[in-house]
Design a protein around this ligand. Structure first.
Ligand SMILES: [Zn+2]
Length: 207
């Protein structure tokens, strides 16, 4: 097999779990994959205390830190639109999602942005990991969140709307990166206000 990151051929070792649990193959060599750093920092929700978003999210789990190799990966994947790279984290995501129960909901892109980026990067990470999801939210605001301060982001009206009936059950939000937490909190609040029992969030990266 050829590593998706460095292009070097590598040996994929067969394991029992791959055979019996229908586990996905890795798509990078060990040397490249080891450069991604597992995130161990806990997520702090204190910014949301006393705001309408307090209590919207029950837990957040981020897999990796935003280190240099991850920055390069994201650049290649998102901006250079290399969809094949969605496979790099397929195995890790599959393992994390198997431990949680609930309806998986990817954070949607605004329609205009989707045209610009050509593919839904967050959805494709889940597709590569063979994780079923429901697109129950739509993004209503098109203005770039990146230009706003954290306070401004918290004040803006909700960025999302539900486009399907929300069930009284557990939901798992998924996004590529957790930075200020505004996106996840906005999405979680829509789900909770519409009847969701519990909302957990998983992101690939802790920004
Ligand atoms: Zn490699």
């Amino acid at each position: 097999m050829t590593c998706l990151i460095c292009g070097t051929p590598y040996q994929s070792t067969p394991t029992w779990s791959k055979l019996f649990l229908n586990q996905l193959d890795s798509s990078t060599c060990t040397r490249c994959f080891e450069k991604f750093e597992v995130s161990e920092s806990a997520i702090d929700f204190t910014d949301f205390l006393g705001t309408p978003y307090e209590g919207a999210v029950d837990s957040v789990f981020c897999l990796y830190t935003y280190n240099e190799p991850m920055k390069e990966f994201l650049h290649q994947y998102k901006f250079l639109q290399d969809i094949a790279l969605a496979k790099v984290f397929a195995l890790s995501l599959q393992q994390v999602f198997h431990r949680k129960e609930g309806i998986v909901v990817p954070i949607p892109m605004h329609a205009e942005k989707l045209v610009l980026r050509t593919f839904a990067q967050v959805d494709e990470l889940l597709n590569a990991a063979q994780i079923l999801f429901q697109q129950v939210l739509t993004k209503t605001a098109s203005d770039s969140q990146g230009k706003k301060t954290k306070k401004e982001r918290l004040k803006t009206s909700n960025l999302f709307e539900a486009i399907q009936t929300i069930e009284e059950t557990n939901y798992i939000l998924f996004d590529d990166i957790y930075t200020t937490g505004a996106t996840i909190h906005h999405a979680a609040k829509v789900l909770k206000d519409s009847g969701a029992k519990r909302v957990d969030a998983i992101t690939l990266i802790k920004g």
